[in-house]
Design a protein around this ligand. Structure first.
Ligand code: F6R
Length: 613
């Protein structure tokens, strides 16, 4: 998705802007650009392609200004090209704008502006914004200090859709104005330097003192001042937050890719997520949300709503919630949930999971649920992210920044946190579940060391990756929670290796998918539930007898003679098995993609946070 970085201070802006854009590369993009003010005029450089090309462009050294805005674009309206790249200037070159989001009524606004004498040079929705600002600036007969702010405010009142914008004006060469609605934006401060970013890691090298903007906020930023306004242009106070992530936590360190680093960070991430919630001989500590017994007793259904990997984490915890709380749970894909008119009222509880906290569909689903009288809990990894400001209650995973597009440590941390939440609900409800609760608590605490055992045993996975990297179709099968892990394993493989893969419940194979099994097709089975060992191995025998190659991820006694490739993982409570069984399969996806020479951290067409529908 698009990224924004801005700077106003006393240093040369362009290296800071480029450095910030490089930190946002992980979000996925197709073009990049920068605008500064040089000798009273806006100077803009942009190109299709990588930030490195922008950095190497011959004009970049000519930028000496200490103020600027910059952008990485992920095409929505108009193909990737230098004309469509941001920043966009109005046709009189008085204002420059970078924008994340989508302006839904841009055609109407464009027609209005064309009639008013404005011309356009790109196919984007964004280009209406600088032209609208110029229009309102030019018709304002006042010449007071608020003229720039007023023009931006009037322009955004006309916009329908979502936006985070940063605006430069040649009339006020020491000021940047930013505004947001349904798209994230933060401002970092460090004495007399101000940093703007759509994502905190872009500016962590310079500051961790961050203002997180709310929908409707508009801010006038100069080297020494920040003036915050609400949507009615009334001045407001805002407090900054100290973000505990440090610059190093968003670096690759000694790892070749962020994805590999994040796979290896899982033991720490899980430990951090558990934090101090498990208290010896006491109930779990969830004093940060304070949910009462009387409220929970009235809940007749829980919906877990999310997208992609986060939704898969929801699938893993559904049986845990049902077993521990006796409340029925449905897991929904957010983009479906928001339009399917689910039965929601004050007796339903909605748990939305979003690593980034910025996924448009998940946020919309949460807002719908709230509007229909349901209480909402957000599970997120990003402090202050949009979803956390919409939800009634927020719980953080504390997995540290996840930079790779393919989500890994967020998934295992989400399952960990949600398992703890299910335990908490059972404890609040005083249900007689002590035995299973004690066992889950003990086993959760053992997960980091068990995960480390897997992370130290990667040679077999690397070998298998070499064997299958030329495949075109791979199948993942499992039963129960092994199927839940198979769904995630299949997503991981397809998104970074571009190999078509599918996941099936082992018992479903005979109902259709087995027609696809022929000589040398790879089928990966997960078996961690002792009760289902025989049935699951029979299903794998059936594919072997049709010529399939198999790999089994298991912690059970699987017959070594019958199955040539078995990868053993440590034993674990069946409810927690996906946290361990996914790790070798994350590694497999990684090594297959690497074997194919693909850009693991930036898979094609994908973005880290999907802030548009
Ligand atoms: C897959 C992946 C995506 C995200 C999904 C939701 O590896 O990363 O499927 O899980 O886009 O993102 P969040 O959790 O940020 O809402």
């Amino acid at each position: 998705m698009c990224g924004i970085v801005g700077y106003v201070g006393k240093k040369k802006a362009s290296p800071i802007l480029i450095n910030g854009l490089l930190k946002l590369e992980y979000r996925g993009y197709d073009s990049a650009g920068i605008a500064t003010i040089e000798n009273g005029n806006i100077f803009c450089i942009k190109n299709k392609g990588r930030v490195k090309e922008l950095q190497n462009s011959k004009d970049i050294d000519k930028l000496n200004s200490t103020i600027g805005i910059s952008h990485t674009r992920w095409a929505t309206h108009g193909k990737p090209s230098s004309a469509n790249a941001h920043p966009h200037l109005d046709c009189h070159k008085n204002f420059a704008v970078v924008h994340n989001g989508i302006i839904e009524n841009y055609i109407e606004l464009k027609n209005f502006l064309i009639n008013a004498g404005y011309s356009f040079s790109s196919e984007t929705d964004t280009e209406v914004i600088p032209n609208l600002i110029d229009y309102y600036y030019s018709i304002d007969k006042e010449s007071g200090p608020d003229k720039f702010v007023n023009a931006v405010h009037k322009a955004i009142l006309d916009l329908k859709g979502s936006y985070a914008i940063a605006v430069l004006s040649k009339y006020e060469p020491d000021t940047i104005i930013v505004a947001r609605k349904d798209s994230p934006l933060v401002i970092g401060i460090n004495n007399d330097e101000k940093f703007i970013a759509s994502d905190i890691p872009a500016i962590l090298d310079y500051t961790n003192n961050i203002f997180i903007l709310d929908d409707g906020d508009l801010v006038k930023i100069t080297q020494n001042n920040l003036t915050f306004y609400n949507k009615n242009l009334e001045k407001i106070d805002k407090k900054s937050k100290i973000i505990t992530w440090d610059a190093k936590s968003s670096d690759k360190g000694n790892f070749e890719h962020y994805m590999l680093k994040e796979i290896y960070e899982q033991p720490t991430a899980i430990r951090e997520t558990i934090g101090t919630r498990i208290v010896p001989n006491k109930k779990c500590d969830f004093s940060d949300i304070n949910i009462s017994k009387s409220y929970l007793s009235e809940i007749s259904r829980i919906y877990i709503v999310a997208c992609g990997t986060a939704m898969h984490a929801g699938v893993c915890v559904k049986p845990i919630f049902e077993k521990l709380t006796n409340i029925p749970v449905e897991v929904d894909i957010a983009s479906e949930f928001r339009y399917r008119e689910p039965l929601i009222d004050s007796h339903t509880l909605i748990i939305c999971i979003s690593q980034s906290g910025e996924t448009a569909d998940t946020i919309a689903a949460l807002k719908n649920a709230k509007a229909n009288g349901s209480k909402t809990i957000a599970i997120s990894n990003v402090i202050g992210s949009s979803i956390t400001r919409e939800a009634d209650y927020t719980l953080y995973t504390h997995a540290g920044p996840e930079i790779a597009v393919a989500s890994t440590k967020a998934y295992t941390s989400q399952i960990t946190l949600l398992t703890l939440l299910a335990i908490h609900f059972a404890e609040v409800l005083d249900l007689p579940k002590t035995e299973i609760i004690d066992s889950l608590k003990n086993e959760l605490l053992e997960i980091p060391s068990k995960a480390n055992i897997i992370l130290e045993n990667v040679d077999a996975i690397k070998d298998f990756a070499k064997k299958i990297c030329k495949e075109t179709d791979i199948f993942f099968i499992g039963r129960g929670l092994d199927y839940a892990a198979a769904m995630e394993a299949s997503l991981k493989l397809k998104e970074i290796s571009y190999i078509h893969s599918d996941s099936y419940q082992s018992g479903e194979l005979k109902h259709g998918p087995i027609a696809l099994i022929e000589e040398d097709v790879t089928v990966i089975g997960i078996i961690t539930d002792r009760r289902l060992l025989d049935k699951s191995t029979s299903n794998l025998q059936e594919v072997i007898s049709r010529g399939a190659k198999t790999l089994i991820i298991t912690n059970q006694d699987v017959d070594k003679k019958a199955f040539p490739y078995i990868y053993n993982i440590p034993k674990i409570h069946p409810f927690l098995s996906p946290i361990l069984s996914i790790i070798p399969l994350q590694l497999l996806a990684y090594y297959v993609a690497k074997e194919k020479g693909l850009d693991v951290d930036k898979p094609r067409n994908l973005a880290k946070s999907v802030t548009v529908e």
